[in-house]
Structures are given as C-alpha cells and as structure tokens.
Design a protein around this ligand. Structure first.
Ligand code: DOR
Length: 428
C-alpha cells in the first residue's frame, strides 16, 4: 500500500482540539505522523493548501437499497456516492427486501460490502419484517455486526413492543434509532400541515405526529435507561422535548438532515417530487429551531437519510411518489453553504457533527485524526463553487431538491483505510 502525505492543510480534529496547518503521513492504513513539516520521498503527495482536512465523514443514516431494490441503488453505487461526497463510513438502514431482521442478511450485506469503497455498518431492524409485531433476531444480528437497531421508515406503534426492544438491547449495548411518526396522525399525508399544504391542496402531516412519538420514546428510554437515538428530527416540538430530556439526564441523542436544515415546506409549491420526504420539510419556525438546536448541541449529529429512488418512481404525481431524497453527494456542500458560511456553525462544530458524534453514538472507534488512528480522512475545498448536476451523481438516485442550486464547498479527496478512493471529485 502506497504511503500518502497530505501537505499544508488546515487540519480540524475536534476531539483533540486541533485547528491548525499541519502535514499528515499515512502508511499501512494508519495515520503515522502529524506535524508542521513532514518530508517523505516515497509518499504520494496530496496538496491541501487552502483546504480543510478532517477525520473521514461518517453518515449514520443512509439507504443503500441492497438487497432487493437494486434499481434504486446498490452497495457499489451507494458507496461510490458516499466517497464522492467525502464520506468514509456509512451506516445503512434495514428497509431492504428481505429486511435486515436476521443474521444471514447482515452477513450477506457485509460480504457484499467487502468490495465497497466505503466502510459499511449495517443497522438491523427492531421488528421482524418491519411489521411492528414481534422483535427481530437482535442478538444474532449483533454477533454478525450490526451497530444499531431501527425500523426506519416505520414507527413501532406498539408501545409495549418498543419498551421490550429498549429493555432487550441492553444486553447487547446497541442504540435504538427511532423513526417518530404517529401513523394514525400521518394517515395519507404527504407534506407538512400548514400554510403550504393548504395552498397546494396536498394531504397534510401535522408536526404533532412527530412530537407525540418523540415524547413517548423519550419516556420509554427514561424508564428503561437505554440509549435512544432520534432519527431525522424535523419539528420545534421534538427539539424542545429532546432538550428537556437531556437536561433530566435521559440517554437520548438526535440527528438532523441537511434537507431539513436547508429547506422549508415552501419548497413543495413547485410540486417537484424530490421535495417529498419523510418526515416532511417543515415550517420556517421549525427550521430555525433545528438550526439553533444543532448549534447549542441539543441535536448531536447530522445524517443524510440518503434515500435514492428510481427516476420513473419519482416521475409521477406528488401523492404517488415515494418519500426520499438522494443526499450523500450534496450533504457537505449544503451544510457549508447554509450553516458555516453564514456563521451559524463553526467548522469545528460541523466536523464534530459529521465525525466523532455519529461515531460515538454508534460505538465506532472512528472520528479522530491522531497517530495510530485508522486513516479515514476527508479533504475539503471550502471555496469550491459549483452548480448541482444530478446527472453527474454516482448514486442511481437523482432525486435531489438541490438540483440546479449553486453551492460552495466540496470534498475533493477521500481516503478510506489509508487508500485514496476519491480525488478531485472522481471516484477511483
Ligand atoms: O424519506 C424517507 N425515505 N424517509 C424515510 O424515513 C425512509 C426513506 C426511504 O427508505 O426511502
């Protein structure tokens, strides 16, 4: 394996409080030296002058669709999309076909992932077939390598079963990731309930549908003393509940997506089905609360909820399109443009929420740039300006509400396990 020497980058490692110009030498898959000036004749040089160098980005919530929905995405295309976006590790949700509810599906995914360019961490389901009726084979899946359990896309509506799941995982030291939507309030809804659902006539989903399940699951986590992680928080009400729970010392963490931070429900007035996502894009008031919660630490991590769909599936009327946004290739740029540039989040905060926070939530020994660490590294050009062209996505999912948007900042180099896997936007 060739040595790599990253020269003169602004190295940001929130864990070690580093934010300064340094060189990084990588050999045999590890970071072997970090210093102001490193020379090595054998190493391939990566010029990082005026670039930001961070621990490899970690997406704790994505959908790679394999097995079963390979027309939407495969492990191969999903991992290419990830490294193109600067991500070195991705945790994949279990709503595949078959569902990841037993050890053999976990093992087959990990076998397929061995060829992938990115580190892939499977998430198992909470309930068999995501049906919400009986628990999945959580213990066996843990032995096979899952890092969390979740029925993402579905809410476990049976509170007794959710309580059992939270009690059961304690033996396996796994976080429970909850998708919070009271199904009886969601009904046939497709967009946020409010002014824009009224003017478009699209079926509404009230914010309280999310708040009610966030409240229930926090109560259950408090009762069972189990780590609960709340997926894709989208409402001001949920933020308030999480903040109060954290103040009481409940073991709760939360993530938010780039699209819920960057877009409001006004975006649905185009009737563009790439704005149809679950939970739905919310009001300006909700978005302001999410931004504040992220900056103050109530929301711990940022996750893409990368949800690729085939073009023909989204190219239908709004009511009939599937929910989801293809997010891996725009996430970082959207976050730099919408949060760092306007000064809402510092670089160090952004890096933390995309690296060590998700690593710690999932129990991964990642998210740090220090000697001896596995060499997962992302190099970002903070000034790179470009217009999003979905036809250039590595992902099969072209369903992006950011298509045609001009964004600033982009990953230019991705290194996974000491190997160069993306350079200048090209996956190698
Ligand atoms: O919009 C979404 N799409 N939200 C989810 O929770 C699931 C996802 C999917 O699997 O397509």
């Amino acid at each position: 394996m060739k040595k790599l020497l990253i020269k003169e980058g602004r190295v940001i490692d929130p864990v070690n409080g580093v934010d300064e110009q340094l060189d990084i030498l990588i050999a045999e898959g590890e970071v072997v030296q970090i210093a102001a000036q490193i020379e090595d004749q054998e190493a391939e040089i990566i010029e990082a002058n005026n670039k930001v160098v961070t621990p490899g980005l970690i997406d704790m919530h994505a959908h790679f669709r394999e097995p079963g929905f390979e027309h939407k995405e495969t492990i191969k295309t999903g991992s290419e999309s990830a490294v193109a976006g600067g991500f070195t590790s991705v945790a994949c949700m279990p709503n595949t076909d078959p569902v990841v509810d037993n050890a053999s599906v976990v093992e087959s995914i990990l076998n397929r992932a061995a060829e992938a360019k990115v580190n892939l961490f499977p998430i198992g389901s909470i309930t068999k077939d995501l049906a919400g009726e009986e628990l999945a084979e959580i213990g066996f899946m843990r032995k096979s390598g899952i890092v969390a359990i979740s029925d993402d896309g579905e809410t476990v509506m049976n509170s007794q079963l959710m309580k059992s799941a939270l009690e059961y995982v304690q033996a396996f030291d796994l976080p429970v990731i909850t998708h919070c939507e009271d199904q009886s309030l969601v009904g046939e809804g497709v967009v946020n309930e409010g002014y824009y659902s009224t003017v478009t006539g699209l079926e509404p989903i009230p914010a309280v549908a999310e708040d009610i399940i966030v409240a229930r699951d926090i109560k259950l986590a408090e009762l069972t003393n189990t780590h609960l992680h709340i997926a894709h928080v989208s409402t001001k009400g949920a933020v308030e509940l999480i903040k109060a729970a954290k103040q009481r010392g409940v073991s709760v963490t939360a993530e938010v997506t780039p699209h819920h931070l960057a877009l409001t429900d006004e975006a649905i007035t185009t009737f563009d089905t790439s704005t149809k996502v679950n939970p739905p894009l919310r009001s300006a008031e909700d978005v302001a609360a999410l931004k504040e919660a992220l900056a103050e630490g109530t929301i711990d991590a940022i996750a893409t909820d990368h949800a690729p769909h085939a073009w023909e599936e989204k190219d239908v009327g709004y009511d009939n399109a599937p929910f989801g946004i293809s997010g891996l290739e725009t996430a970082l740029s959207v976050l730099i443009t919408e949060l760092v540039q306007p000064g809402l989040l510092s670089w160090s905060q952004l890096v933390e929420k995309l690296t060590v926070k998700p690593a710690d939530i999932l129990g991964l020994d990642k998210g740090r740039l220090e000697v001896g660490a596995v060499a997962d590294v992302t190099v970002i050009d903070p000034e790179f300006e470009y217009t999003v062209d979905v036809d250039k996505f590595y992902s099969k999912g072209k369903n992006s509400p950011f298509a045609g948007r001009t964004l600033t900042g982009k990953a230019v180099t991705t290194i996974v396990d000491g190997e160069l896997v993306m350079k200048d936007g090209q996956v190698l």
